[in-house]
Design a protein around this ligand. Structure first.
Ligand code: THU
Length: 146
């Protein structure tokens, strides 16, 4: 699955962000993970009254991917974000913790996962490889898992 439309991933991420539970930050994030069979699994940020327990959209989506036994099938991920009630167009890229979570799927899948970043609106998309976002990553390889 190397032939896909990054804008479809961005659109799915935007759709998912409608279900963001973000009453504290008022910042809605959506993520869409593309699997090797062309299917997509989405997630949105899930905040908590104990702020530090918040789960990011990418982590929510990848948690579902893992629970379906599909971490090895991850090809790409689309992420969007913006302030609720604003038309933010600047691309949002994954936080440091999410980069580490994406790396789990990247090393298991043997793919330098592509990360497409967009804003809540507009057509500005910044595309990276995970190795650019998280160089010299620590991961399952270091623990002899692969
Ligand atoms: N957030 C994500 O969902 N993903 C990221 O990569 C960056 C931050 C969420 C966490 C929190 O709910 C809100 O955005 C503001 O930080």
């Amino acid at each position: 699955m190397t032939d896909y439309d990054p804008l479809a991933l961005i659109a799915a991420a935007r759709d998912a962000s409608k279900h963001a539970y973000a009453p504290y930050s008022n910042f809605a994030v959506g993520a869409a993970v593309l699997l090797s069979d062309g299917s997509m699994i989405t997630g949105a940020n899930f905040e908590n009254a104990s702020y530090g327990l918040t789960l990011c959209a990418e982590t929510v989506a990848l948690g579902t991917v893992s629970s379906q036994g599909r971490l090895r099938d991850v090809v790409a991920i689309g992420v969007i974000g913006g302030r609720i009630g604003h038309a933010d167009a600047a691309p949002v890229s994954p936080c440091g913790r999410c980069r580490q979570v994406i790396n789990e799927a990247a090393q298991l899948s043997g793919r330098d996962v592509t990360v497409h970043c967009g804003g809540a609106t507009g057509d500005m998309v910044a595309t990276y490889r995970l190795s650019e976002l998280l160089p010299a990553a620590f991961g399952p390889r270091d623990l002899g898992l692969i």
